[in-house]
Structure formats: structure tokens, C-alpha cells
Design a protein around this ligand. Structure first.
Ligand code: PBG
Length: 325
């Protein structure tokens, strides 16, 4: 037996494999999510995300500088207010001196337009009940009342210097509401990175610790059911019609099929978020010596790009960008 066609020929050497690689990660594809906390003097470890911390203002600036030097495409900021500062309306979200708005101003002042500053536009870090919106008298997340809060939060973030807002609450009409409000205030250049296809996922577990969320119950009345695929196309189309500049799929690794589908219909850049649980799973398995950490990180990110994401949010952004340079 002697096959004439031998695909293995193109795998013979590292140089050959490099020549024929269909997918190549670049530092600028990667966006670093960062947590900044109120009321701490030193960075606080997040136990379920070894290697990721809640930053002080100073450590945030240093880590941002390191990321930018490594060549990452941007930074996505999350605020972690004191437990005592959280309330039913999430007042800290649009307060000009709220932790996230303050951090945005700091970084915009330090780095200007040298990087793309993004902000999580969602109430869950700021509410005492931990939901992404405000609740009605029956305790349900009230879609339209939440839109008013998102508008106010978005304007605060735009005034604080965010280049891109990341509405992640999966409220109906959130992109249109935010776009209209931004334009009315003259923020026509502030963009929207819409969390368009966002699933209710068990893999967000470590994020709850990262932001000190006290959520009881789940987010299944607003985030999508993992059983659904077609529904994501509808969500993406709606966000595109409403003016989204970038659409995102989240989580990434369990939703690579969705990512591929979305990449096929979107005429804007497609992002994916490799979330906390994805980070922690690889980290934990590597700590036990069960997988090769560096190879697993590279493979996971390459597969997310191969599936259709041109932008990837990952807690390994700085490290991976450094490795790619
Ligand atoms: C909502 C938000 C969440 C994440 C990003 N934005 C939490 C959620 O929807 O439950 C999760 C990110 C991660 O798990 O790394 N503010």
C-alpha cells in the first residue's frame, strides 16, 4: 500500500506547519478583562481564579501598562464596589465617583487613545441582589426599567472616557436604548461591543467571587438557554439592527458552533469571551499536572479564533500577547 495523496507531508516540520497554518493569533486580537475594587490597599487574590486579582487603582494602572506594552488590543474593565455600596438600583454604576467610572477616568488619563478602553455595562456588580437589572414588585428583573438604568450608566461611562461600552445584561432593546442616548449627548464616537449571544452558564462560577456578587438564584430569564442555537442568530440580528459595532458570543469554548454561525451572518467584528470558568478549568487541570498549561492556553485561544472570533477576551491576554511577540 502506498498512498499517492499524503496530507502528512504538510506536517513534517515546524516550519512547514507554520507555513500552512490557517489560523494565526496576534496580540491585538486579545482583550484583557480587569477587576478594580473599592476599599482595598493591596491587590486581592481571587481564590477560584489563581493568577487573577481585584486591583487597587495603582495596581490597575501598572497591569494596564504591562498589557499595553505586550500589545493587547484593549482592556475590559469591571468594577467591584464595597458590599455596603450596593443597593437595589445599582446606584454605584452611574455615580461619577463609582469605582468603575473612576477607574475609566484614571486609565483614559494615563493612556489616552493608546489602547481601547472598554467597560462592562451591567448592574450586577452594583446591585445588592446581584441581578443584571432592577427588580419589579414581584422580584422579577424589569426589562424596561433596567434600560433606563443602562442609559444612565452608559452616559457615565462615556463621560469617564470609555471607547467601547459592553452591555452584558441581555435586556431586550439595550443596544438601541444606549445608542440613542449616546448620540443624543454627542457621544457619536463611543462604540457598543454588544454581548449579543450570552448564555446562562455554569462556567461563570468564579466570576461571582471575582466581583463579590451575592446573586441568589440564576439569570435564566434573561440569559440564553444552552440548548438553543437559532435564538442566537435572532439576538445578533437585533443587535446589529440596533447599532452594535461589535457582537460577542459568551462563553467561548462550549459555544464554538454559535461563534461560527454568528461569524457567518455578522458584517461587524465578532468577539468571544473566554470566561472565568474556562480560565479556572485549564488552570486547575494544569496545576494538577494533568495537562500542559501553555499548550492548552494556546490551543483554546486558537480554536476560538478558528471558530470565527477576531477579538477574544481572555484573562491570559497579557501573557499570551507576550508569548506571541
Ligand atoms: C455581567 C457579566 C458576567 C460576566 C461578564 N459580564 C457575569 C454573568 O453574566 O453572570 C462573566 C465573565 C466571566 O465569567 O469571566 N456583568
Amino acid at each position: 500500500m502506498s498512498p499517492v495523496i499524503r496530507p502528512r507531508r504538510l506536517r513534517t516540520t515546524p516550519a512547514m506547519r507554520r507555513l500552512v497554518a490557517e489560523t494565526v493569533l496576534a496580540p491585538q486580537d486579545l482583550v484583557l478583562p480587569m477587576f478594580v475594587a473599592d476599599g482595598i490597599d493591596t491587590p486581592r487574590e481571587i481564590a477560584s481564579m489563581p493568577g487573577v486579582v481585584q486591583h487597587t487603582d495603582d495596581s490597575l494602572r501598572a497591569a494596564a501598562e504591562e498589557a499595553i506594552r505586550a500589545g493587547v488590543g484593549g482592556l475590559m474593565l469591571f468594577g467591584v464596589p464595597d458590599a455596603a455600596a450596593r443597593d437595589a438600583q445599582g446606584s454605584g454604576a452611574d455615580a461619577p465617583d463609582g469605582v468603575l467610572n473612576r477607574a475609566l477616568r484614571l486609565l483614559r488619563k494615563d493612556f489616552g487613545d493608546d489602547t481601547v478602553l472598554m467597560a462592562d455595562t451591567c448592574l450586577d456588580e452594583f446591585t445588592d441582589h446581584g441581578h443584571c437589572g432592577v427588580l419589579d414588585s414581584a422580584g422579577r428583573v424589569d426589562n424596561d426599567a433596567t434600560l433606563d438604568r443602562y442609559i444612565s450608566m452608559s452616559l457615565a461611562q462615556a463621560r469617564s472616557g470609555a471607547h467601547l461600552l459592553g452591555p452584558s445584561g441581555m435586556m431586550d432593546g439595550q443596544v438601541a436604548a444606549i445608542r440613542e442616548a449616546l448620540d443624543a449627548e454627542g457621544f457619536t464616537d463611543t462604540g457598543i461591543l454588544a454581548y449579543s449571544a450570552k448564555y446562562a452558564s455554569a462556567f461563570y462560577g468564579p466570576f461571582r467571587e471575582a466581583v463579590g456578587s451575592s446573586l441568589q438564584g440564576d439569570r435564566r430569564t434573561y440569559q440564553q438557554d444552552s440548548a438553543n442555537r437559532v435564538e442566537s442568530l435572532r439576538e445578533v440580528r437585533l443587535d446589529l439592527d440596533e447599532g452594535a459595532d461589535i457582537v460577542m458570543v459568551k462563553p467561548a469554548m462550549s459555544y464554538l458552533d454559535i461563534l461560527r454561525d454568528v461569524a457567518e451572518i455578522a458584517d461587524v467584528p465578532v468577539a468571544a469571551y473566554q470566561i472565568s470558568g474556562e480560565y479556572s478549568m485549564i488552570t486547575a487541570a494544569a496545576e494538577r499536572g494533568w495537562i500542559d498549561r501553555d499548550a492548552a492556553i494556546a490551543e483554546s485561544l486558537t480554536s476560538i479564533k478558528r471558530a470565527g472570533a477576531s477579538i477574544i477576551l481572555t484573562y491570559w491576554a497579557t501573557e499570551m500577547a507576550g508569548r506571541l511577540r
